[in-house]
Write a protein that binds this ligand. Structure first.
Ligand SMILES: Cc1cc2nc3c(=O)[nH]c(=O)nc-3n(C[C@H](O)[C@H](O)[C@H](O)COP(=O)(O)OP(=O)(O)OC[C@H]3O[C@@H](n4cnc5c(N)ncnc54)[C@H](O)[C@@H]3O)c2cc1C
Length: 357
């Protein structure tokens, strides 16, 4: 006897969990299958949402739309779970050279950046070890999502509904009858949505997408720090939901899918913390995650070109916290047939690669 459901979601990182929550809210019958496999990305993330990025300090892609979507989405989650999840933060960015300072100051002069950027020559409690010649660029309107808290709340919610299976998904066990997919005891009416993060390369239906892995490593440490704002230089120091525990990361290693901690990187991060944090700190642990990215640095959502009812939602890269609500909103509208997907995120931009195989 099969259980009928609307959607099966493979992967419950930030992408799969937020999508499942939204589908359940809209009345769909959903089952998730997820195991926290090595290299999974969301739980090592700091949840930082930075509007101004890169060496030239430019506004992030589509910022105004993203900000509307993620504030609305996370505030709804806050109301649902009665828990604060999205925090406004400032980012204090150390400017090391006169060139960086000039670049920053010239951005600040632009009207569109005025509300985002500020600058200070003086040291703060936050940055006690500012060197001569350095100054601080201040990003006034950043955010931090308490991503571990959100994911724990969502997992608890899915467990209370008995809709999450903590098992590895086995691609060989999918079968098809008429227009429906089946998996083990499930009869899936509307489709299977794959949100496995960087492990998309193991997915026989979507491994032709031009994905690439960006490994990152972070440290958790205990210290006394008077602020929850962020300090950014070679690495970033951020707060966590525990007021004495802080996050430091991260590096970017392209096409490295080895999920083991690199001791050399761990030492570099420890040295950074030692230089930037006043007083004692206690190292707690290091962990790695692998960010799932697409070659053109945009998310990918949509349906398989030939196999109806198989969908993908992936490619959140370095910006899962800001992109997920926007991507989920698009996916929901697409699944409900009320809107098409923007071409920048649409899987159809890669269909020609599938046809080449
Ligand atoms: C060190 C580090 C720091 C970061 N910091 C930030 C930050 O500050 N801000 C930000 O916005 N982004 C940050 N990111 C990026 C962010 O983590 C990602 O964009 C986002 O979390 C990706 O979410 P996802 O759900 O697509 O993938 P994942 O979180 O990797 O989730 C995929 C899930 O699917 C599971 N899975 C895969 N295959 C199977 C299978 N066959 N069966 C069952 N389960 C399976 C995995 O185990 C995992 O649980 C950071 C990433 C790293 C590595």
């Amino acid at each position: 006897m099969k259980t009928e459901i609307d959607y099966l979601i493979v992967g419950a990182g930030l992408a799969g969990s937020c999508l499942a929550w939204e589908l359940i809210q809209s009345g769909e019958e959903v089952v998730l299958t997820d195991v926290h496999l090595e290299g999974a990305s969301s739980l090592v993330s700091a949840g930082i949402i930075n509007p101004i990025t890169g060496k030239r300090y430019v506004k992030t892609w589509n910022w105004d739309v993203l900000e509307t979507d993620f504030t609305h989405f996370y505030q709804r989650a806050e109301a649902f779970f009665r828990m604060k999840l999205l925090h406004q933060r400032k980012i204090y960015q150390i400017l090391d050279t006169i060139e960086e300072e000039n670049q920053w100051l010239s951005r600040m002069m632009q009207q569109e950046y005025a509300e985002f950027l500020n600058w200070s020559k003086h040291s703060f409690d936050l940055c006690p070890n500012l060197q001569a010649g350095q100054s601080l660029g201040i990003i006034e309107r950043a955010y931090q999502l308490d991503i571990s808290k959100l994911l724990n709340l969502l997992r608890h919610f899915f467990k209370s509904l008995n809709v999450i299976r903590e098992k590895v998904f086995n691609y060989q066990e999918i079968t098809r009858e008429d227009l429906h997919w089946m998996y083990q005891d499930l009869w899936i009416k509307k489709g299977i949505i794959f949100a496995e993060g960087y492990r998309i390369f193991e997915n026989p239906f979507f491994n032709w997408l031009p994905s690439f892995a960006v490994k990152g490593q972070r440290i958790l440490f205990e210290a006394v720090r008077s602020t929850q704002d962020l300090l950014k230089s070679e690495y970033t120091i951020a707060s966590t939901s525990d007021e004495n525990i802080f996050w430091c990361g991260s590096n970017y290693e392209f096409q490295n899918t080895n999920p083991q901690v690199d001791p050399g990187e761990e030492r570099r991060q420890q040295l950074f913390i030692q230089n930037q944090v006043d007083g004692e700190f206690k190292f707690l642990n290091s962990q790695c995650g692998i960010r799932p990215a697409m070659k053109d640095r945009r998310p990918v959502i949509g349906e398989h070109p030939h196999l109806k009812g198989l969908f993908v939602m992936n490619g959140l890269g370095t910006k899962g916290s800001s992109l997920t609500p926007y991507v989920v909103n698009h996916m929901i509208r697409f699944l409900k047939g009320t809107a098409s997907i923007d071409k920048e995120m649409n899987i159809s931009r890669f269909y020609h690669l599938k046809d080449k195989l």
